[in-house]
Write a protein that binds this ligand. Structure first.
Ligand SMILES: [Zn+2]
Length: 665
């Protein structure tokens, strides 16, 4: 096999594995084997740039930056569908169309997924363009971002037409959405409200490498083009599946409107078992010849109808409003409801978000309220049934004191949430902070779980995370359900955590808005906790990606005497509060004052390692090229627009090897 054949064969093999994994959900090799093959392909592509392919599987990791999304017209308009809400609506529709076409009418039934609509263009089997719906006539070019979605094939297989468009929906499955939110909450950030908005927001992120990290999926449902070799909608779904697209298997052919209604009734109940959000069923005339006869109105095709499921809504009595206190002291009001069934689950609690929301809805204890389950994981209250309100009811007075420690609450201007400022004395904050400190991504203390932390705090054995390091097995053994062995494990786990590197300790301290990534940035920049403690707000904001909000939060954390005492104690117990000598030995000031932009795929080091090397040697990494950029480190497949921009601004473009020479790597 010559080099070109090797490259082609590896690309085909990797595409097949991508397809098995992301489309069929049925991987046939391990992740490790996949990574090995990917690395092999990257090396070959690097050594032989003449075989460059913009649709190579090596480009799934993203990296291209889009500053402004170009608006481009749709070759074929993206129509919206008429909606129907009842069986009668559908029957009327069927009668109308039966009069307009010859012959028997069959239908395809497909679930309507709630995400961001997209139109993909394929030329000779290669993805060339991905455009958002926009206003239906024109949309935004989001090709670079869509290419990172693993279930979108970059190269088709089988007997595909030479030019066509395919339309579908980019969705965020519930599981991935929940995971993303858990990470945000851990970093003290507001969770995303629902999967649909998060999916469409993701398409407009500037850094495609960020999009690549999100667990988005693309579900396809409609082929568009001239003289396509298909006769029915159902056949087009089957064909698209063979060409490599992810086409949901739930779609069904219905020979009559009765069969359509059976499909609707089935999914109205079972849709909650699906991994994605669905809000209805799309019914289409199956025969494309008949579709053509029916044509379009000014807004929508006559041959299709969306049936919307009834909003998942019930009414129930709100017994009581209670307030939860989080690890950062944030107060969340919770509605405690008379248990009621909603979307297949029993609901007893609903979110009320904050004081403004309560005031806006004018919701009161004893009210009958409407509860809805949208994309949100926790149901929410959307309104009050005022006809059932007790005339003597009083409007809700938001609490002014912490429900756990009675400290007066504070609310910073511009923030929706109230906070309990008693960080040192408020039990849920004390417990929550220690739980965060020991968590897997922070100190990862083996043998110690969240419940044990609460037990230790409630028994007066610890009051902050520094106290952990004074714990003795004899103190733990007398606690409930605790044995000699497990007590020793806890003490050993705590001892071992003294080796955890500084960046994770810093994350574990639980400073608001300092998540994993920010902790890494701060560690790289300041190297020791003392340098960070002495940093001013003005100084902090000069660090890459540190904004005012984070800077303020860091300064206020270290302004607290208690926090400083805790840190001194951690230091005295041997916890890592600076970069270790080993790490430091790899750091220089060689690149001091130089700003780098990294673009493309690299062979000797990964993209992230490359960025780390720049920072370790005193340089700064920026995400976009500007007149301030000193160097662009160009790997394989650097975006052409980036190259032009760098050339126009006179920014030096250097290769991976040239960069590594700069730092004597
Ligand atoms: Zn409190």
């Amino acid at each position: 096999m010559n080099i070109e054949q090797q490259i082609t064969s590896l690309r085909n093999e990797l595409r097949e594995h991508n397809y098995n994994y992301y489309v069929l959900d049925n991987p046939t090799i391990s992740d490790f084997e996949f990574d090995q093959k990917l690395k092999q392909l990257q090396d070959l592509e690097k050594a032989h740039p003449e075989f460059h392919d913009p649709n190579s599987p090596t480009l799934r990791v993203g990296g291209e930056i889009t500053k402004n999304f170009k608006t481009i017209p749709h070759t074929f308009r993206m129509y919206s569908l008429d909606n129907s809400y009842s069986k009668e609506d559908l029957e009327d529709w069927e009668k109308r169309i039966a009069k307009m076409v010859d012959g028997n009418v069959e239908f395809t039934c497909e679930l309507k997924y709630d995400g961001a609509s997209i139109s993909l263009t394929y030329e000779n089997g290669k993805l060339v363009k991905a455009v958002t719906r926009g206003d239906g006539f024109q949309g935004d070019d989001v090709t670079a971002n869509v290419k990172t979605i693993r279930s979108v094939p970059l190269q088709l297989k089988g007997d595909y037409p030479s030019l066509f468009e395919i339309r579908g929906e980019i969705v965020l499955p519930f599981e991935g959405f929940t995971k993303m939110n858990a990470e945000r909450v851990e970093a003290g950030e507001e969770p995303y409200r629902n999967p649909r908005n998060t999916a469409s927001g993701s398409l407009k992120l500037q850094d495609s490498a960020e999009v690549a990290k999100r667990p988005l999926e693309c579900l396809l449902y409609s082929l568009v083009g001239e003289r396509l070799p298909i006769k029915t909608q159902f056949e087009s779904l089957e064909k698209a599946r063979l060409w490599g697209f992810k086409v949901p298997n739930e779609a069904k052919l219905a020979k009559s409107l009765d069969e359509v209604l059976t499909f609707i009734n089935y999914w109205d109940i079972h849709r909650h078992e699906l991994p994605y959000e669905t809000d209805g069923v799309v019914v289409k005339v199956n025969n494309l010849q008949q579709q053509e006869e029916l044509g379009y109105t000014a807004k929508s095709p006559r041959w299709a109808m969306a049936y919307k499921f009834k909003a998942e809504q019930v009414s129930t009595v709100l017994n009581q409003i209670t307030y939860q206190v989080g690890r950062t002291g944030a107060i969340t009001p919770v509605a405690n409801l008379e248990a009621v069934e909603l979307a297949g689950t029993i609901v007893k609690r609903a979110s009320l978000h904050n004081a403004d929301q309560i005031e806006k809805l004018d919701v009161r204890e004893g009210d009958t309220v409407f509860v809805e389950k949208g994309g949100e994981i926790i149901p929410k209250i959307i309104g009050v049934d005022f006809t059932k309100r007790d005339p003597n009811s009083q409007s809700t007075q938001y609490i002014i004191e912490c429900p756990e420690c009675s400290t007066p609450l504070v609310r910073t201007e511009g923030e929706a949430q109230h906070y309990c400022p008693n960080t040192e004395g408020c039990p849920p904050q004390i417990i929550g902070r220690i739980q965060h400190f020991i968590s897997r991504k922070a100190m990862d203390i083996e043998g110690l779980g969240g419940e044990t932390v609460a037990l230790l705090v409630n028994n007066g054995l610890i009051n902050n995370y520094a106290d952990l390091y004074l714990l003795k097995a004899e103190q733990i053994i007398p606690l409930e359900r605790m044995a000699q062995k497990s007590a020793e494990n806890i003490v050993n786990g705590i001892e071992a955590s003294k080796q955890i590197p500084f960046e994770r300790v810093l994350f574990g301290l639980g400073i608001r808005y300092v998540g994993e990534t920010v902790a890494k940035k701060l560690t790289k920049h300041y190297k020791t906790i003392d340098a960070l403690i002495n940093a001013s707000e003005a100084d902090l904001v000069t660090v890459d990606e540190i904004g005012e909000r984070i800077a303020q939060s860091v300064v206020s954390f270290f302004a607290s005497e208690e926090n400083l005492t805790t840190i001194e104690r951690l230091k005295s117990y041997g916890v890592q509060l600076e970069i270790s000598a080993d790490e430091l030995a790899n750091q220089t000031d060689t690149l001091s004052g130089q700003i780098f932009v990294v673009s493309g795929v690299f062979t000797k080091v990964s993209r992230n390692e490359l960025k780390k090397l720049i920072e370790d040697n005193g340089g700064k990494v920026s995400s976009a090229i500007s007149s301030k950029t000193n160097f662009v480190v160009a790997g394989d497949n650097m975006g052409p627009s980036k190259r032009t921009k760098a050339e126009n601004l006179g920014v030096a473009i250097i290769s991976e090897d040239e960069f590594l020479e700069m730092i004597n790597f």
